[in-house]
Design a protein around this ligand. Structure first.
Ligand SMILES: [Zn+2]
Length: 157
């Protein structure tokens, strides 16, 4: 559930863990160990495929499963002037992700993962254009009919 839960479900889980005094910090570790040597911060956008996005932030699995697997998606660190959805935590950053969905719609998804994972992911030598998203993830989820969706029904995806 930690990997696939919605923001609301995770908030509920965290509340349960805290009520029990349970140390859940291991759940929030990045999937791959961050390199030891310092890397140069790269605030510019990067493109990543859906598989990588899912590894970086499994809490957005619902949206990412509906993203186009044959293209790359734009990942941009959120600036200091942008609202944060989580308390500041050393080593973690929040990102705006322009996710191109299988049906061609572009939605904006808020992701959060280790800053080092972003800094060490390869920068692609291609011009990145900011595309105005059609909707944000919250509205997309609101309209998404899980019961009639073949992607949601296919648990192998
Ligand atoms: Zn679906």
């Amino acid at each position: 559930m930690w990997e696939t839960g919605s923001a609301e479900q995770l908030a509920w889980l965290v509340a349960q863990f805290e009520a029990l005094g349970y140390d859940y910090s291991y759940l929030e570790q990045p999937p791959s160990p961050a390199p030891k040597k310092p890397v140069r911060r790269s605030p510019s956008p990067k493109t990543v495929d859906a598989k990588t996005l899912l590894r970086l932030d499994p809490t957005a699995a619902l949206e990412i499963r509906h993203a186009d697997p044959g293209t790359v998606h734009v990942l941009i660190p959120r600036g200091p002037d942008e609202a944060r959805l989580h308390p500041v935590e050393p080593g973690m950053s929040e990102f705006n992700c322009l996710l191109r969905m299988i049906d061609g719609e572009v939605i904006i998804v808020h992701l959060r993962f280790a800053t080092a994972s972003f800094d060490t992911s390869p920068a692609r030598r291609r011009a990145l254009r900011w595309t105005t998203p059609d909707r944000d993830a919250r509205l997309w989820k609101q309209d998404h009919e899980d019961g009639r969706c073949v992607i949601c029904a296919d648990e192998t995806r």
